[in-house]
Write a protein of this length. Sequence first.
Length: 241
Amino acid sequence: MSIPIIPEHQLALFLDVDGTLLEIAQTPYAVIVPESLKITLDTLSSRLQGALALVSGRSVETLDALFAPYRFPAAGIHGCELRPAGSAIEYPAVDATQLAAARDTLSTWTQRHPGTLLEDKRYALALHYRLRPELETAALDAVLPVLTQLGGVFELQRGKSVYEIRPVGYTKGSAIHSFVRAAPFAGRTPLFIGDDITDESGFEVVNELGGVSVCVGAREPTAARYRLANVDTVISWLGSH
């Protein structure tokens, strides 16, 4: 089923990054953003009068570094950080120092398991095991007791070869809800493209708002109502709009 055509003046576009705009790399630090993609997004943002936002598990600061010199409205760390159009970054109302003990415990675990990686996002911790897929269960066993010790302020977010501890109450869906309340996104039809289980909350919110939800790849089940085959297809679709 083809993605519906929404006139530019009516479209609010929300884009996941890894697995959607960029192929997933062996580590989070190994990705390279092609200049052609940066230009495509900047051009499209201008045509949408700024109603284009990145909605990612990465921090907003990292997104800015990846897509420099361009700065788009963005939601980082699965909605924990939010930067509406023309505004400063809004940070979550949590005490990041609560993660200190968890950080130490999981860092020690990665040192004992070469090929795993702990990504420190300040307000969240992501334990990656992409290079050691046989450690999927062991990685979960390492994360769950740490999460219990945090006492309900943080929760588990599963992703592709990653377990992430992040603050409760923030999702990509909540970020999209925040964006659509204000210009330049307000009053437009939201369209969200993502690829992972972390994007499901965004799909659900966009569906509730009468928008268009698009899953990249063949992952099942999903709340998305449309599909694009892969990253190359996403880039081609963006370039044609």
